[in-house]
Write a new protein. Structure first.
Lengths: 367, 840
């Protein structure tokens, strides 16, 4: 602002005449209206609002007026500048929006173009199903136990009531480590993990043991020398077959959904007595009267074989140093590979193990 | 065990109208699991016919066919066929190509609609229909033995005995073709069920009906039969013999017996052999028939002598082990006890006098012999599992009686019987044990009734049951065995369902959680997990280019590997991964990025044999430690193999092939995810490219390698160049992984960025320069290599490495002096460590 003018000139200052101010304002507004681009608006700003603009220059002359005329002139200039600034801001917003619109149109792409430049990983269903099963048991308060795959003969057989002459040893065709007197085998089941746990911990014991096991079956569509199973073991005071049934029913529900159940059929395993085969209610037809006859999964049985189980034979408890008069327990085992082939309708077991990436890929990282 | 239902019904009064399916279901629930119900599969109008007229017609192809009129009974005859011979008599016209029959013979006719499974390969469903052939309509088919699935000469048609049937009779019933056979899976503890007698007894318990014991026969004897000495009474507690004289070796096996044997899955061979097998199936007692004329002196039951051998019935010469139990005479061994007899004392077509042996042998002795000689026999299968210990005299008598009845001989009055089996031991069980163990409310009375039904004698003494098992149940020895017997009578379906309350668990172990994390990191890095077999061998080591003394050639070998190529366990995951890569490339996949996590098997130096302990107590801590000392080291490894494009080329631009650096990057990523710091050093290790191999070092221990594979290795696998791979010990990383990860402590003061270009010899690796820089000053927050330059701007034999440093202090804004000092310290450290100079 200019310093107060003591010796003012009474003559009227031309640029501050109201018609002059109106003219400047109208010219500015016309220029704003004519502007098309942000560049145009930048020029308008310099020409009509900037320090060298007519209205800015006019404003400087206010000091030359006599005091009583200053207020009126100031108001006149201020109103004109306000109108110009308002129009400029509105126009700027308008042009910006239009330019953004234009830019967005030119930046449009074909979103259907493939973006597959990075390979997608996946985890094997044997891994993810094992983890899923582990989670089910961990949620029940159980723990997950593991052990070596080349195992001592005593832990794989003797400790589990499979003595050297037990006929059941011929049921499990075993890979023996060289030399035979080394007394080591490729474990034929994950049961030695149960023995190891009983040998090193005191009850209560609630464990699930997923893992890789070996039998000398030639590889074909339904057999594999290398396969996977999960076994469970519970040792506590007062456990009975009813608790085994409860555990299996819960397990079946957790994997296959509500309404699932299991049934027992008598069977024989050296490490359990009484022993049972467990059947799972057919997860496809649920043994519903109108569906079971045509069911391909259970072949009209209403039930599918799931695994073996039973009450832990007291001889096993004794060999593992657990007092059979105080504790009892149960054990069960199911095949992981078979669960996968049946659930996903995979006709050939070899698909799980030959390593073709197309087998694993669709399974993603979680089941 | 194959059980013809009609044979079973002979010994048990099964309910009328009980279907075979229901019978099988109830037996399955009683621990005799049904495998399948076998039938001949023949159904429909299979009918007896009489050939009324037969006209031989020569055909253009030189064959002669018979144009027959066959009377198939009033219900089936069709008088409307006009052109056949003898058309005036109600009958059917049938063409037949066989010639072993004449007018008037009784034959078996499959009329249209009959199903013969044996023909299913030739006509749809094996369904017979009327068809036009050789200029006539053949209104059915005259059947041969093979078409009906019957034993005997397959070349001609079946001609029935005259007057054995009438035209129109149902031939399915007549020939026993409608017989259903239960194929039962018998568990090893239920050896008694390897007999009709045993299955019938269980069926009688199941249905609560009368059991008619086939062993319930009168055994009349006077004096001894053939002389016997048992040297090893522990291995042979009971040995009996009977004799038959005047046997007619030409007598055939009667059809009913041959038929039952066939249905039970045994071939009919000769009357003497068939009777022996029949009684074994009937009673479960293996027995053996010797030609008396071929025996030399007394029979002795003894262990084999050093160097003895025997030619068994299967014509195999077997050298005997001193622990084999033998049946011998003055001429040497005449049988491996309980397993198989010798060929030279076998019954043959001239045998008239027969000596029959029935014995009870110690099951483990039989099991060991059978396993040693890899001999499986029906006799051995029963003897090694444990037979009725009291049935020997009865069975020998039954064999002798049948031989005499059917073969026209005489049973000699004598019975040699040496020894007696120890009676089964009593079992004492708490009366509430069945209820406690099964969770089913079973009172003492129910338990007693169930056990008595199974043949046990039971006394109640206070709170205890005193159980004496029957002699055919050697498997009942423990209180829990009693529980199972009771439960199978009460019903396994009675067990209630109660979820147990487990003790509070501690969740997954750190190792389990870290392995999951590693799996997710690998999948996140674009790798696909595979599962391969851990078998490998010298051919693999050769392909991998391992040196002769490479420790990875030392493997855990197997006695019985599936393939001679892969005689043992692998020492590296690369064997399986490369096999899988080859398969994938062969199947047309160009970009293959695969990984496997699994154990490898590394023998321990000088490891002892694994111990075998008793099972009457827990081995001590020292004894348990002996297992770990002998077992191979079996760490979890992570392996990966990548080939083809790592970044795919496409519309967005060119891609990129996998690089040695990708393998190392993923190994670093894994380490970071587990909060362990690994160092990457230049190395030269097979099967990697000698100039593109890194060793991964954790706490000064090499835990794995990564980089590009050696071109020679790829050539050996038939793979194109540029495959990268890594393998690291996952357990070592897990062990080093801290319980708590790095804490997010950071300074909020401003950062100062400094770039340094350093000139070093080309042989100097960047990692070394980088670690020198990183440790030069506490103010250096991070060091990142951003450029490598070799060329005209630097001297020959040198390269320029450009690093971006970020400097920051925890407590203040850095001054110009701070920054200069840190920068100078960095250059000095690099210079000292690697001879680096600042590029000018």
């Amino acid at each position: 602002m200019s310093a107060p003018n003591s010796s003012y000139d009474p003559v009227e200052v031309t640029p501050l005449r109201s018609d002059e101010i109106e003219r400047m304002r109208d010219e500015a507004l016309a220029a704003i209206a004519a502007a098309v681009t942000l560049d145009d608006l930048a020029k308008v700003r310099i020409d009509h609002v900037g320090d060298r603009s007519p209205i800015a220059l006019a404003n400087r002359e206010i000091g030359a007026l006599q005091p009583q005329a200053r207020k009126e002139a100031g108001q006149r200039v201020g109103q004109a500048r306000g109108a110009i600034n308002q129009a400029l801001a509105a126009k700027t917003a308008e042009v910006e929006a239009a330019e953004e619109e234009k830019a967005l149109v030119t930046e449009a792409v074909d979103v259907t173009l493939p973006w597959d430049v990075m390979p997608t990983g996946a985890r094997h269903p044997v891994t993810t199903l094992s983890e899923h099963i582990a989670d089910i048991f961990v949620a029940m308060g159980w723990e997950i136990a593991e052990g070596p795959e080349v195992e001592a003969e005593w832990l794989n057989f003797d400790a589990l009531n499979l003595g050297p002459d037990h006929p059941a040893r011929t049921m499990q065709d075993t890979f023996w480590v060289t030399p035979e007197r080394a007394a080591m085998v490729l474990r034929t089941h994950t049961s030695p993990v149960q023995a190891r746990t009983m040998l090193t911990r005191t009850p209560p014991i609630y464990i699930a043991c997923p893992g890789r096991v070996f039998r000398t079956d030639e590889l074909d569509a339904t057999h594999s020398p290398v396969f996977h199973q999960v076994e469970g073991l519970a040792i506590d005071e007062g456990l009975s077959m009813a608790h085994l049934k409860g555990t299996l029913d819960h397990f079946a529900k957790a994997i296959y959904g509500d309404g699932m159940t299991t049934r027992f059929r008598p069977s024989y395993f050296p490490f359990t007595e009484p022993s049972a085969e467990m059947d799972l209610l057919c997860y496809v037809c649920h043994n519903e009267p109108d569906a079971v006859a045509d069911c391909r999964t259970c072949r009209g049985e209403g039930w599918v074989e799931w695994g073996g189980c039973g009450v832990v034979n007291p001889r096993v408890l004794i060999a593992c140093g657990i007092d059979p008069d105080r504790y009892s327990g149960f054990a069960f085992g199911i095949g992981i590979d078979r669960t996968i082939t049946s659930r996903y309708d995979i006709a050939d077991l070899r698909d799980l193990f030959d390593g073709d990436i197309r087998f694993t890929e669709p399974f993603g990282v979680e089941l | 065990m194959r059980v013809p239902v009609s044979w079973l019904r002979q010994y048990v009064d099964l309910p009328e109208g009980l279907s075979t399916v229901d019978l099988a279901a109830r037996l399955t629930a009683f621990d005799l699991k049904l495998e399948e119900i076998a039938t001949s599969g023949i159904s429909g109008p299979l009918t007896v016919g009489r050939v009324l007229a037969l006209v031989k017609e020569e055909q253009k192809n030189g064959k002669t066919i018979n144009w027959c009129r066959v009377d198939v009974g009033a219900d089936h005859n069709d008088p409307s066929v006009p052109d056949a011979p003898g058309e005036d008599v109600p009958s059917r016209g049938i063409i037949c190509g066989a010639h072993n029959f004449v007018e008037g013979d009784l034959v078996v006719v499959s009329l249209p609609g009959t199903v013969l499974p044996s023909l299913a390969k030739f006509i749809p469903g094996g369904v017979i229909s009327a068809r036009k052939t050789y200029g006539h309509v053949s209104d059915g088919m005259i059947c041969s033995t093979s078409e009906l699935g019957l034993p005997g000469d397959a070349s001609g048609i079946v001609v029935l005995d005259a007057d054995s049937a009438e035209p129109g009779d149902d031939a399915i019933a007549l020939l026993g073709l409608g017989e259903e056979v239960l194929d039962l899976e018998v568990n090893p503890d239920r050896a008694y069920a390897l007999s009709m007698r045993g299955v019938a007894r269980d069926a009688a318990i199941v249905f609560g009906v009368q059991f008619n014991d086939p062993a319930d026969i009168v055994v009349e004897t006077s004096g001894d039969a053939y002389p016997v000495r048992v040297d090893d009474t522990a291995a042979c507690p009971v040995f009996t013999m009977r004799e038959v004289t005047g046997f007619d070796p030409t007598r055939p096996t009667p059809a009913w017996m041959a038929n039952r044997l066939e249905l039970a899955g045994m071939r009919s061979i000769s009357l003497a052999v068939d009777v022996s097998n029949y009684v074994m199936l009937e009673l479960g007692q293996p027995n053996h028939a010797y030609d008396r004329a071929k025996l030399r002196g007394d029979i002795v039951v003894r262990r084999a002598h050093e160097g003895e051998s025997i030619t068994t019935l299967d014509d195999v010469v077997r050298s005997l082990d001193a622990s084999d139990l033998l049946i011998a005479d003055d001429g040497g061994p005449i049988g491996i006890a309980g397993v198989m007899g010798a060929a030279h004392v076998e019954i043959d077509a001239t045998t008239t006098d027969i000596v029959i042996e029935a014995a009870y042998f110690d099951p483990p002795t039989i099991f060991r012999s059978a396993r040693r000689h890899r001999l499986t026999s029906e006799a051995g299968k029963r003897n090694e599992r444990g037979i009725d210990t009291t049935l020997q005299g009865c069975a020998a008598t039954r064999v002798a009686t049948l031989l005499a009845e059917l073969g026209g001989g005489t049973v000699s009055p004598g019975l040699t019987s040496v020894g007696q089996a120890t009676p089964p031991a009593q079992i004492v069980a708490a009366a509430d044990l069945p209820a406690r163990i099964t969770g089913v409310e079973i009172d003492a009375d129910t338990a007693v009734a169930a056990l008595e039904a199974n043949g046990c004698e039971v006394a109640i003494d206070g709170d205890e049951l005193i159980v004496t098992p029957p002699p055919w149940r050697p498997d009942l020895t423990d209180p829990y065995d009693i529980v199972e017997e009771v439960l199978r009578v009460v019903g396994y379906d009675q067990v209630p369902s109660i979820v147990p309350t487990a003790a509070a668990g501690r969740g997954l172990t750190a190792s389990q959680k870290l392995r999951r994390r590693a799996g997710l990191v690998l999948a996140g890095a674009g790798l696909i997990e595979v599962k391969t077999f851990p078998f490998a061998g010298p051919a693999d080591w050769d392909r991998l280019g391992l040196d002769a003394d490479d420790v990875r050639r030392r493997q855990v070998l197997l006695e019985n590997p599936l393939s001679a190529e892969e005689p043992g366990m692998t020492t590296t995951l690369l064997t399986g991964l490369l096999r899988s890569l080859v398969l994938n490339v062969g199947r047309g996949h160009s970009a293959v990025h695969i990984t496997e996590t699994g154990r490898v098997f590394l023998p321990q130096d000088g490891a002892a044999e694994a111990p075998i302990y008793g099972v009457d107590r827990r081995p001590s801590a020292e004894e348990l430690a002996a297992f770990e000392a002998s077992l191979p080291h079996q760490p979890h490894h992570v392996g990966l193999v990548m080939s083809g494009e790592r970044i795919r080329s496409g519309w967005a631009g060119p891609g990129r092939e996998v690089s040695w650096a990708d393998a190392i990057a993923i190994v670093r990523q894994l380490a970071e995810a587990m909060f362990v710091e690994v160092e990457v050093r230049q190395a030269q290790v097979a099967p990697w490219h000698p100039g593109r191999c890194a060793e991964i070092v954790l706490n000064e221990t090499v835990i794995g390698h990564a980089g590009e594979l050696h071109p020679r290795v790829l050539k050996a696998y038939g793979l194109a160049p540029r495959v990268v791979a890594a393998e690291v010990d996952l357990d070592a990383r897990i062990a080093a992984s801290p319980e708590v990860g790095p804490r997010p402590h950071f300074s909020t003061f401003p950062v100062a960025k400094e770039d340094l270009a350093l000139v070093v010899d080309t042989a100097v690796v960047a990692g070394e320069v980088e670690s020198a820089l990183a440790g030069a000053s506490p103010l250096i927050e991070s060091v990142r290599l951003f450029d490598v330059y070799v060329g005209g701007q630097v001297p020959e034999g040198k390269k320029s490495l450009a690093f971006a440093l970020r400097l920051r202090a925890p407590d203040r804004t850095l001054t110009e002096d701070d920054i200069r000092a840190a920068r100078e310290a960095a250059v000095a450290a690099a210079s000292t460590a690697t001879g680096a100079t600042l590029r000018t």
